[in-house]
Design a protein. Structure first.
Length: 136
């Protein structure tokens, strides 16, 4: 059983590398075209799969979906033009809050009517506090 372990591991790595290469898009394969990687994996079983995993496979943790080395450097949000553009677009879509007219009284309008209703001593104003102050 122990003699079969290296063969089984090599076969597992070979199958994994082959399927991973087939599932990778053409523009994400590094160093060689995807078709060349398929042939390298199939024709050179001990070296091909390991070469694909070490060199040809795309980096999954590349920022912003970068595929080239020049694109892989980290960019702070305030230096990222795409992020700044999205902030500007969100700000333009947001409606501005309504500002009260200078001639309008604070109690006027729908909010003002509700505020007047809540004033003590007015209709529908809620319970009034009629308890006498505490004697000292």
């Amino acid at each position: 059983m122990l003699r079969l372990l290296p063969t089984v591991l090599l076969l597992a790595v070979w199958i994994y590398a082959f399927i991973d290469c087939l599932n990778t898009s053409e523009n994400e394969a590094r160093k060689l075209p995807k078709l060349a990687w398929v042939f390298v994996i199939l024709l050179f079983p001990p070296v091909g799969p390991i070469a694909w995993l070490a060199v040809g496979r795309p980096r999954r943790n590349a920022p912003y979906g970068a595929t080239r080395a020049a694109e892989r450097r980290w960019v702070a949000p305030d230096d990222n033009p795409e992020f700044l553009k999205s902030i500007n677009e969100r700000g333009q879509r947001r409606p501005e809050p309504e500002k009260p007219d200078p001639g309008q009284e604070p109690g006027d309008g729908p909010r003002g009517e509700r505020d007047r209703e809540r004033e003590p001593g007015k209709e529908n104003g809620g319970p009034e506090d009629n308890t006498p102050p505490a004697a000292s």
